[in-house]
Design a protein around this ligand. Structure first.
Ligand code: HEM
Ligand code: HEM
Ligand SMILES: [Fe+2]
Length: 474
């Protein structure tokens, strides 16, 4: 019976239309991952378009603001980011939870309903930004009512579905537990979003419980689970060795990350003791991230087979390394109050935001999709050339963009905070010059990488033509 509840069972014809196949997967319900991946890939592409439009504002400020107000394009850029990452991570979870629990998903139909709810919430959010000029203001969580209710409902359905699958199968594997704990934490902290505090300090105090505890807490757990799954799947390294690592990483992440929230409490009217606590705990945050890099390389050495799907490897190693540099080093560089006093809220912050988000979560989602998508399409072999181009263009592109953001930030910090020039003068006369390079590298290097990835998304699994590099998709 359960067998019938596949993607094609829930919506007749859908699986066939998208060229999905059960040939290379063990559980039919894994197919529900596909629509999540598909929309994730499209939203990623759109996010980049809006990144370019947002940067354009710095280059042609007076003209561009009349075409598309900065706040609307920035909010669109950020919310598309959150949506494509969440959809990608949830899709990956729907793919590996059946394997971890050795059972079909509790309800593929519920997974598709959840998907529909999240898509409506996403479209509704964009509609509200563009046509109603509605926004709740605080970045990343600015989606106005009623969409947050749908977002929360989507996450609750995810938890019920995955939770019931684990409980029914009675298989509490480390990967399943860590993933579930991460998603539960994500949902609980998101509830704070439903309360509005009149006092802005109090409001921002709690906002950081969502933003900071997401990226440096709950999302880290989800990422650690996905990373562990992919490492085991790709290398055949024993699960027990991986499990010990996973728990150690999770423990250290929470131990440093929770109190590390203090690095956002230096200057917003919160008690002075945060200067010390924030500095000490957040300074240790790079440690678990470094362990993850170490772990990735040790797993590679332990692997019993040559990794056949090289593109997945590229993105996986790329993610571990840029997670460490972008979140760990770039975060550390501005986390001590002595430095943050000068750099707070400048383009230096943006340089770290781009590096960390793309490295830690973006590349991980791409690694998961490159591993799982060929299997969902039943492909025996994949064409790797495009995937490698996508990887290198994105990697080089984000590096060049991050450096441009960093220089823009240094110039901004110097002229605005040290020399004391007017904020708008610095922004329009000096910072724009460097954001031009962000825009240029984004346009000519990063965006082509994303375009190739989107193309590859649809092409993967189709029989390769001519003498192109192909390899087994395992
Ligand atoms: C994957 C992990 C991480 C992600 C995705 C991430 C992302 C971000 C983003 C987007 C912001 C800007 C928030 C805003 O003001 O709108 C930010 C700020 C900040 N992050 Fe991270 N971060 C991560 C890890 C870290 C780590 C490990 C550290 C410290 C070692 C750190 C230190 C900071 C600090 C100090 C700020 C505030 C900068 C300021 O005052 O302007 N971050 N982070
Ligand atoms: C062509 C590529 C891109 C361009 C041109 C671009 C440009 C921009 C610009 C101009 C901003 C506003 C900065 C400000 O408020 O002053 C921004 C914000 C942001 N973008 Fe992008 N972006 C691109 C790609 C990405 C990617 C791939 C990611 C992550 C996966 C990302 C994540 C972010 C984040 C987290 C922020 C908020 C930073 C903060 O709070 O300080 N962007 N982007
Ligand atoms: Fe933080």
């Amino acid at each position: 019976m359960e067998q019938q509840m596949s993607l094609s069972g829930a919506i007749p014809g859908l699986g066939e239309r998208f060229g999905l196949s059960t040939k290379r997967i063990h559980y039919r319900s894994q197919l529900v991952a596909y629509p999540y991946f598909l929309i994730s890939a499209i939203l990623f592409f759109l996010q980049i378009i809006f990144g370019l439009l947002t940067a354009a504002y710095y280059i042609w400020p007076t003209y561009w603001d009349q075409v598309l107000p900065f706040n609307i394009s920035r909010s669109t850029h950020l919310n598309l980011l959150i949506f494509w990452l969440l959809l990608g991570l949830m899709g990956a979870a729907f793919y590996f939870i059946p394997e971890e629990t050795k059972s079909e998903l509790f309800s593929p139909k519920m997974a598709l309903i959840q998907f529909g709810i999240l898509v409506v919430a996403g479209l509704g959010t964009l509609f509200s930004f563009w046509f109603l000029q509605a926004s709740r203001g605080k970045p990343f969580t600015e989606s106005p009512m009623p969409w947050p209710i749908l977002i929360a409902l989507g996450v609750v359905l995810f938890l019920i579905n995955v939770g019931t699958t684990i409980v029914r199968a009675k298989r509490w594997t480390a990967i399943a537990v860590v993933l579930f704990a991460g998603m539960l934490g994500l949902a609980l902290t998101y509830l704070i979003n439903f309360v509005f505090f009149q006092n802005l300090t109090v409001d921002y105090y709690w906002w950081w419980w969502i933003i900071h505890l997401w990226v440096e807490g709950t999302w880290e757990l989800i990422a650690a689970a996905v990373m562990a799954y992919l490492l085991i799947a790709l290398t055949g390294v024993e699960a027990s060795r991986m499990t010990r690592w996973l728990y150690a990483e999770v423990f250290l992440t929470l131990a440093t990350g929770i109190i590390g929230i203090g690095h956002h409490y230096y200057w917003i009217g919160t008690p002075k003791y945060w200067l010390l606590w924030g500095a000490i705990f957040s300074a240790f945050e790079p440690l678990p991230i470094a362990l993850m890099v170490y772990d990735t390389f040790v797993s590679m050495r332990h692997r019993q087979v040559e990794p056949s799907n090289k593109v997945t490897w590229y993105f996986l190693v790329g993610s571990a390394v840029s997670h460490f540099i972008g979140a760990g080093l770039w975060g550390f560089a501005q986390t001590l109050p002595q430095i943050n006093k000068w750099t707070h809220g400048t383009q230096i912050t943006a340089s770290h935001g781009h590096f960390a988000f793309f490295g830690a979560f973006g590349m991980l989602v791409l690694a998961a999709i490159y591993y799982m998508l060929p299997k969902l399409k039943g492909a025996e072999r994949i064409q790797e050339t495009r995937g490698k181009w996508a990887f290198w263009l994105m990697t080089v592109g984000i590096t060049l963009m991050v450096f441009s953001f960093t220089i823009a930030g240094v110039v901004q910090t110097y002229l605005y905070r040290l020399v004391g020039l007017d904020f708008m003068l610095v922004r329009t006369q000096y910072v724009g010059f460097w954001i031009f390079f962000v825009w240029l590298f984004g346009l000519v290097v990063f965006a082509p990488g994303v375009t190739i990835y989107l193309w590859d998304f649809f092409a993967l699994g189709r029989p390769a033509k001519g003498r192109t590099a192909i390899s087994a998709a395992a």
